[in-house]
Every structure is written in structure tokens, then in C-alpha cells.
Design a protein around this ligand. Sequence first.
Ligand SMILES: *[C@@H]1O[C@H](CO)[C@@H](O)[C@H](O)[C@H]1NC(C)=O
Ligand SMILES: *[C@@H]1O[C@H](CO)[C@@H](O)[C@H](O)[C@H]1NC(C)=O
Ligand SMILES: *[C@@H]1O[C@H](CO)[C@@H](O)[C@H](O)[C@H]1NC(C)=O
Length: 437
Amino acid sequence: MTAVPSVFAFGLVLFGFSCSAQAYDPHIVQKLHNDLFANYNMHTVPSSNTIVKFRMNIKHFDMVEESQALMVDSWIVNEWVDPRLRWEPENYGGVFKISVPHNMLWKPDLDVYNNANVGEPMSYGNTLLIVFHDGRVLFVPPVRLHFTCVMDLTFWPHDTHNCTLTIGSWIHDGITIDPQVMHDKPEMDVNKLITQDGKNLTRGMWDLLDANITRNVRVYDCCPEPYIDIKVSMLVSRNAPAYDWTVKLPAVGLCILTLVVFLLPPAAGEKVIFGGLSLILDVMFIAYTNMEISNAPTHVPLIVEMVCEQLMLVVASIVVAALTLRMARDPYTKGLHNVIKRPLIVVSYVLCLHNYKNIVGFTRWEVSRAHQPYARTFKSDELELGENGTTHLYGGPEVTTSPGLDWLLLAAVVDRVCLIVYVAIFTINMLTFSAVL
Ligand SMILES: *[C@@H]1O[C@H](CO)[C@@H](O)[C@H](O)[C@H]1NC(C)=O
Ligand SMILES: *[C@@H]1O[C@H](CO)[C@@H](O)[C@H](O)[C@H]1NC(C)=O
Ligand SMILES: *[C@@H]1O[C@H](CO)[C@@H](O)[C@H](O)[C@H]1NC(C)=O
């Protein structure tokens, strides 16, 4: 277990032991109190060099994303020696420690430098202090610390933040009050529920990966004395498996949907409808994640960037679909000029568009090199197109040139080029954004 409860357990055992050995006498304790505090001024520092030992036990923490602050519920263990509070236990019936209300004793004026709620001092609650006969004072207040932590949401929803809490004496220099770190790591005692199937459930969605406590000495130009602060740096990472399902999966789904828009055949009207649907889904996703962006408006999380890019691609796909639809379905009286048509046929061959090429018709020279088998294996959508277009596609490679079919070939080429470009972008995207997927 942690060391702080053990301090208490240890103290309680000692206390219990002394109680059983020597009956608790309220009069003696009262006399001790009166003697100790008769001439005690709680506003003066106990000595010219008061060493304050510092330790921390983190009980719960949560990131307040709206204000970019980390809220930490913790027990802060402070220990120092107040020479004015010494007594001989023999003179007081063996009483070797007493409890004292917090408003009767001098306490170090430690405060949070990067407080998120400026003006609200570190609240110590009404915890009692324990004073030992050798002047040692133990103060373990449960405190809620609220300090700023600038968030980098680039890798949202798998972001990790390094938050640093700076605590120090508000007015005293490092000679008067010298904070010392007892343990260089805070104890972490975060509430956890381990379910039967081994899942660790925590109250917040953040995991504390690592934490260090360091003591920093700074000397300013103005003054020779050092100023000391204690920095508690905490590495917290978002642990939200739920986001795998609610954010990452839909984002990948949207990329695939965009791919489908490009995959549909060039003259299919569904392309535009499907594109419109993808557009709406992209916008919904962006609206949903916008809450996260608005918490960190200085940058965009990669996953949102990815979906915004998809949105642009979907818009492009709709524009291309509208163009190819026009090319494939408009009634044309004139075919393409041979200057365009010849390279087009070559390109269509390169792009594996034999089917389209074969229905466009051939010159003698081309017929001799035509791929007969493709000519007879028209796909069903091409037959549909024939109904919409200007000519019937039935026949063989001997079909003569029809102006509409030239344009259909152009549409098919444009569409195929866009598909290839999109697949390239899709692959590059998936590699670029793999860090968040
Ligand atoms: C976190 O920030 C503190 C203070 O800026 C720094 O000392 C520490 O090395 C950082 N830790 C990590 C893991 O980046
Ligand atoms: C849950 O926490 C325990 C320790 O508290 C650890 O050993 C275990 O690996 C954790 N399980 C998961 C699934 O993270
Ligand atoms: C804590 O200290 C170790 C060793 O110096 C370092 O590797 C680690 O990054 C530090 N962690 C934080 C949160 O600063």
C-alpha cells in the first residue's frame, strides 16, 4: 500500500500503545496545549531556515478540457520542525504528540503558481496537524489542485499530455523556507475497479502514465537569495476505448465510403446521390468532433483533419460524377475529334478499360488489333448505359462509331483516372494518419 496511510497506521499504533500503557488524561493534554501556545505566534516563521519536506499522494485526477486544466485530488504531506513546540514527554505524563487545529499553528505558505483558478488559494480544508514532542509537525491536508495544462490534441483521441504543477512558497525565499522532496515520485492511489474479465475501470478517462517530483532552485538577477519551487510533472494519456468505436471506426468508414463513390461506374446517377450521402455523414462527423476542436482551437486533431480532407474529396467526387454523367448521357451529334480519340483509346487500354474501348468502334487498323473476347462481354451497367445513351451496344467490334459512345469512353477514362488518384490519396492518407487510427 501507500506510505501515507502507513504513516497514520504507524501513528495510530503508537498512540494506541501509549494509551494502553498510560491512560489518556485530558488535563495533562490541556496543560500541554496551554504551555505550548501561551506565547506562540502563528504568524512568524519558526526559524531562519525552515525545511519543509514535501510528498504527494494522488487520489484522483481529471482533465478539465474546457479550461485546459488538470484537477488533482491529492493528499499533500508536509513536514517541518517548529522549535517552539518542543516538550519533554516525561513532564507531561508521557504524551509525546498532540493534535492541533490548523488555525493555531504556523504553516508554510505553499501555493500553486500555475493555478487555473487564480485568486482561489490552495484550500487545505480544516485538517488537524500533528505535533510531536521534538517539534516535528506533520500536516497532511487533502487538497484539490487545479492547475493549467496546455493540451495538444493532435493525436486525439489518443493524446498524451505532460502537465506540470508548480508549488512553492508564495513570498519566502529558499533560505527562509526550503522545500525538500521526500520521494521523487508521487504515490498514485487512483480509484480503480477491476472487473471480473480483467478490465480496469477508472473514474475519469485519463491514465496517469508517469509522474515525477523535482525541486528547482532559481536565482534572479535582482536578489542573491535562491527561490525554490517544486514541480510535479504528470504524464497523462487519454484512455478511452469507447472512442475506438465512436470516432475511429466511423472515420475509417467515411474514407471507405468516399472510395465507393469513386468506384461506382462513370455514368451511374447513384454516384451523385451516394456522394451527397457521404457529404452529409462527413459533415455530421465534423460537427460531432467540433466540440473537441473548440477546446483547443489552435490546432486541428489529425483525425478531424482526415475527415475534412474526405469532405473535400467527396465534393470533388460529386463534381467529377456530374461531369462524367453529362459526358455519358448527353445526346451528342458529334463524336470526339480523332486528335482526342486516338490518345484516348491508348489511355483506355492502359487503364484496363477494354470494354469501353471495344464499344467505341474501330478503324480497320484497330480492328486488326482488337481484343475480340472483350467485345462480347459487356457488363450489365454498360447495357443500361446503352438504353440511356444514344446507341444500342449489341453487336461486336464491327459496331460503327457513335458520337455518344466516344463521350462515354471519355467519361470512363476521366472516372478511372479519378479512381486511381483517389486510391493513391487513400493509401497515403491511411499511412499519414495511421498514428491516430
Ligand atoms: C514534462 O515537463 C517537465 C517540465 O517542463 C519536464 O521537465 C519533463 O521532462 C517533461 N516530461 C516529459 C516526459 O516530456
Ligand atoms: C489493470 O491493472 C492491473 C494493476 O492494477 C494491471 O496488472 C493489469 O494489467 C491492468 N489490466 C489492463 C487490462 O490494463
Ligand atoms: C520522470 O523521470 C524519468 C527519469 O528521469 C524520465 O524518463 C521521465 O520522462 C520523467 N517523467 C515525466 C512525466 O516527466
